[in-house]
Design a protein. Structure first.
Length: 276
């Protein structure tokens, strides 16, 4: 079974600092997105947030040891681009479904989160897709607990998606993950339940919960840039993610501006901040 990094109170507070930078960057990029802007220009907004905060990027240059290094501080995926969209010359248009995944490092500790929004006025099915994806993320977060297992989180996400009036595709090759002194650590956190034992969770552990859904099928392809993941059937997708800590008091959503208080309280889950 995987060994999961356990953090002290002070280390979780550093991760919270990184998480707040991530939250600021995601909001800044959503606010700045306009018709006619390129994804590279939107990525520059995230770079400026990192500069102002004195934080570094955990995305920029990622993967260099395996091949093509990632060239941005944010993954910006549009419509049929589902995740890992490489910032570049793609121009944003009215009604586009835009997923932004952004990270930051403060004091050697990482934060990572994502959100999806529609540029301007979009189709009703796109709006519902985004809200279902967001809801499934919070279902997974609410199922996270001291003494629970990763599969509790995965099953909660899957059950939420399956309960919807229509069927959505759930990406299977890409999952949530542990996070701490590195962006991607043990354990993997799939968005579907597995029929085998999964790691147990406990106080001081931090995981990224990130469902990725499509309006069509779950099969994907990778573009020539070696990064951008697209749906094979051309269907649009959505992606939501938060970094979540298990504390002695409950859950602390490190990348939510309010620490997750409103959403957790609404679901009857103990909110467990350790101070910002």
């Amino acid at each position: 079974m995987a060994t999961i990094q356990v953090k002290s109170t002070d280390e979780l507070k550093l991760m919270r600092r990184a998480g707040l930078v991530v939250a600021e960057g995601l909001q800044a990029m959503q606010d700045a997105a306009v018709v006619g802007m390129t994804t590279a220009e939107l990525d520059e907004v995230g770079r400026e947030v990192l500069r102002r905060a004195g934080a570094s990027s955990n995305f920029l240059g990622y993967g260099a040891e395996y091949g093509t290094p990632f060239n941005g501080v944010a993954c910006i995926s549009v419509n049929e681009e589902l995740v890992h969209g490489m910032p570049g010359s793609r121009v944003l248009d009215e009604g586009d479904v835009v997923s932004v995944d952004f990270g930051a490092v403060v004091g050697g500790w990482h934060g990572d989160a994502a959100r999806t929004f529609i540029l301007g006025t979009g189709a009703a099915e796109d709006e519902t897709l985004i809200e279902v994806t967001r809801g499934s993320m919070w279902a997974g977060i609410a199922a996270t607990r001291d003494g629970g297992r990763v599969n509790d989180v995965s099953r909660a996400i899957e059950d939420f998606v399956l309960a919807q009036p229509r069927r959505y595709g759930t990406l299977r090759e890409y999952t949530g993950h542990g996070i701490g002194t590195e962006m991607h650590m043990e354990p993997d956190v799939p968005n579907y339940a597995r029929r085998r034992p999964t790691p147990r969770l406990g106080v001081g552990m931090t995981i990224c919960i990130e469902p990725m859904l499509t309006l069509g099928l779950h099969q994907t392809s990778i573009c020539e840039d070696d990064w951008t993941v697209v749906s094979r059937d051309g269907s649009r997708g959505a992606h939501w993610e938060h970094t979540v800590a298990i504390t002695p008091k409950g859950l602390w959503v490190l990348t939510a501006p309010d620490g997750g208080e409103a959403e957790l309280t609404a679901r009857g889950v103990d909110f467990g901040p350790l101070g910002d």
